[in-house]
Design a binder for this molecule. Structure first.
Ligand code: FCB
Length: 466
């Protein structure tokens, strides 16, 4: 069966500043926590850094032309905070803003809708040196930065998101330490989570104050599709605990203006949460024009037994757990084929999340702001990159989106991760998520067969039979 998507559905692809731009020391940009982290030996596979990345900063015109050839209707990118406000305080650097103005103008000239993310993990190093996300002041700094970008780009960008995946910023950055800034402190991780929530609320307020009424304000989260290994009460409790830490810690404040009571109980031995002040929750609960969902793979948990299986939660081999207060939870490899990340392929996780938020906030439109897979893609003798696994992955996940729409979910768009192969954080350039292959020696771009497949789907709005 073919499946038609609603008219106006956005067919997009996504990237993030540090993963693609390069030009790390140009035009006034200074270090972010990811520059510091990637330049610290042992933190990133192969010692890779984002210094050059895929040179999108210099090649954006060529890249936008390619997007247009590939029929993309929308492009999700992030603004590098240290490129436009190098110390995280004070006035903007015009050359930094000029880059994003030029990028957006190029997109609009090709009929591609820009979706701007303010924060995709590159905190100015100076703000980390002053305490980073565990400090409340960072949330206020974010709101100032949001205002500055809104003033510069509000006349030409209509779709804005505050944060990308605050879970990763808080728990991989300050908990397990596999992401920048690489701290391993459960109290800092929980404080960071709250201040990211606050940053979202203050940032959304700042955007509303500066943007024209037609602008839309959203956030991108990576809620967990968390499943219990067995129907036992103990495994159900493990599922509840990880769901609170993965998802409700962000969505309860953002969507309902409260923290989950069970989260406070589960973490009572770690912190008393006194850093949550009066009125914070009313700021965090800011009316959203859309909720962005990033999804890759489900998580399977059980109560830990004495012969605890190895931790397999898909977030890198940190010595420290990213899950505060969940030491008695075991993580299991979910069933299904594995991608190069060793993430299992299971589109039902995406369907379940879309239906969950449809039930929870029926009036908030949804966007899939990231979905995709890494494979070991190589050009063949003729220079063609065949990636049938990625086509199958995209096909099954778009099928899940279509099924959710048929079942009542108001999904307005889908952004494939990623437009280009790029710097995959702690994995460096080893993992390729792109629909477009990049030869890192020459920076040559070659659309993979999945890019051509996706272009056909985007052009017709129809998913062909499997
Ligand atoms: C997400 C990130 C994105 C990319 C994908 C694979 O967690 O938001 O930058 O690295 O994973």
């Amino acid at each position: 069966m073919t499946a038609s998507f609603p008219p106006g559905f956005l067919w997009g692809a996504a990237t993030a500043a540090y993963q693609v731009e390069g030009a790390a020391q140009e035009d006034g940009r200074t270090r972010s926590i990811w520059d510091t982290f990637s330049h610290t030996p042992g933190k990133v596979a192969g010692g890779d850094t984002g210094d050059v990345a895929v040179d999108h900063y210099h090649r954006f015109r060529e890249d936008v032309r390619l997007m247009a050839e590939l029929r993309l209707g929308a492009y999700r990118f992030s603004v590098s905070w240290p490129r436009v406000q190098p110390t995280g305080r004070g006035p903007a650097v015009q050359r930094g803003l000029d880059f994003y103005r030029a990028l957006v103008d190029e997109l609009l000239a090709h009929g591609i809708t820009p979706l701007l993310t303010l924060y995709h993990w590159d905190l100015p190093q100076e703000l980390e040196s002053a305490g980073g996300w565990p400090e409340r002041d960072t949330a206020y700094r974010f709101a100032d930065y949001a205002r500055l970008v809104a003033d510069a780009l509000g006349d030409r960008v209509e779709m804005w998101t505050t944060l990308n995946e605050p879970w990763c910023s808080a728990f991989l950055g300050y908990g397990s330490g596999v992401h920048a800034p690489g701290r391993t402190d459960p109290v800092a991780a929980l404080r960071a989570a709250h201040h990211l929530n606050l940053a979202h609320g203050l940032g959304a307020q700042a955007l509303r104050g500066a943007l024209p009424a037609r602008a839309r304000v959203a956030v991108s989260i990576n809620p967990g599709a968390v499943r219990a290994l067995t129907p036992s009460a103990e495994d159900g409790d493990a599922q509840r605990r990880i769901d609170a830490l993965a998802t409700r810690i962000f969505t309860d404040p953002m969507l309902h203006g409260r923290y989950p009571a069970d989260l406070f109980e589960d973490t009572a031995g770690i912190t008393d949460w006194q850093f949550v002040r009066d009125f914070d929750l009313s700021v965090i609960k800011h009316p959203l024009d859309a909720l962005g969902i990033n999804y890759y793979t489900p998580t399977v948990v059980s109560a830990a037994t004495d012969n605890e299986p190895p931790r397999k939660d898909g977030h890198g081999a940190g010595a420290q757990s990213p899950w505060p207060g969940a030491d008695r939870v075991a993580f299991h490899q979910p069933p299904g084929e594995l991608t190069a990340m060793e993430w299992s392929v299971d589109p039902t996780g995406l369907y379940d999340l879309l239906m969950r938020f449809t039930r929870e906030v029926p009036r908030v439109p949804l966007l899939v702001t990231e979905n995709g897979a890494a494979y070991e893609d190589k050009p063949d003798a003729d220079g063609v990159v065949h990636d049938p696994e990625r086509i199958a992955y995209l096909h099954s996940h778009l099928g899940a989106v279509h099924r959710a729409i048929a079942d009542g979910a108001d999904v307005r768009g889908y952004f494939l991760w990623s437009f280009l192969d790029n710097f995959e954080w702690a994995y460096g350039y080893e993992k390729r998520f792109g629909a477009v292959h990049v030869d890192y020696a020459t920076q040559a771009r070659t659309p993979k067969s999945s890019a051509h497949w996706y272009a056909d789907v985007a052009r017709s709005g129809v998913l062909p039979p499997a």
